[in-house]
Design a protein around this ligand. Structure first.
Ligand code: SAH
Length: 234
């Protein structure tokens, strides 16, 4: 894995270190492994090119990535990542790969990632980018991930990067004991909460990590397809 190649730059690195200290550490993310991953992954590579790329990439907000989708605000990616307390040995299922940025962060923190994306163009681009930056422990799959991927289960952690109307119980059944599921639950254009579930011998523990705003999970255990299918691949 080698992110610091000629596709990065000192300017981008400076902006990234600032992003980590001012947006992520300042808001309470403390795990050094997590902070280091955010310093290393060149976030600007995962955004569509165009004017003000550096400003967009390292801004304290979500950004468009095409197909009506967004790359989450850096702090939200960091909050979700830290909540999983990864040691480096885990197998992770990520639902909603989008740009591939979260996948790249995970690649430095766990053993293996399978990431599913329902937009073919985004899935293709994320896979290509991860390959270009030298990520070898992640695999992007195209399709509806709202019911997880039972064929490769169990997972030590599952992250859903799109809001679901309720917790898909099938995802909980794909976790190992002590496994964690993190996902936003709520309304498509209304209140959403980021929830963390941990599978324990006594049952499922639930923790509320606060208010968030995500694009909808579309699919069998998500929301229905929008009436306008204009930019939809499936
Ligand atoms: N974490 C991503 C951001 C993802 S935005 C990043 O770092 O860029 C949420 C993504 O979930 C979108 O790309 C959307 O197309 C995808 N998505 C929505 N429903 C899905 C489903 N059922 N299966 C797989 N991907 C889905």
């Amino acid at each position: 894995m080698n992110f610091l190649t000629n596709i990065d730059s000192p300017e981008a690195q400076t902006l990234r270190y600032r992003m980590v200290s001012e947006q992520i550490a300042a808001r309470g993310v403390r795990e050094e492994r997590v902070l280091e991953a955010f310093r290393r992954v060149p976030r600007h590579l995962f955004l569509p090119s165009g004017p003000f790329l550096m400003e967009r990439a390292y801004a304290d907000s979500a950004q468009g990535i095409g197909s009506g989708q967004t790359i989450s605000q850096p702090y939200v990616v960091a909050l979700m990542t830290e909540a999983l307390h990864l040691q480096g040995t885990e197998t992770i299922l990520e639902i909603g790969a989008g740009s591939g940025y979260q996948t790249a962060i995970f690649s430095l923190l766990c053993k293996r990632i399978i990431a599913i994306e329902r937009h073919a163009n985004l899935a293709e681009r994320a896979g290509r980018l991860l390959n270009e930056v030298g990520v070898t422990n992640a695999e992007i799959r195209f399709g509806d991930g709202s019911n997880g991927l039972p064929s490769e289960a169990p997972y030590d952690a599952i992250l859903v990067a799109a809001v679901a109307p309720e917790v898909p119980t099938t995802l909980l059944s794909q976790l190992t004991l002590q496994g964690r599921l993190i996902l936003p639950i709520g309304e498509e254009h209304g209140p959403q909460r980021l929830l963390l579930f941990t599978k324990t011998p006594e049952g499922i523990q639930r923790q509320d990590l606060g208010h968030v705003a995500f694009v909808p999970l579309i699919g069998a255990s998500g929301f229905g397809l929008p009436a306008d299918l204009g930019d939809m691949d499936i």
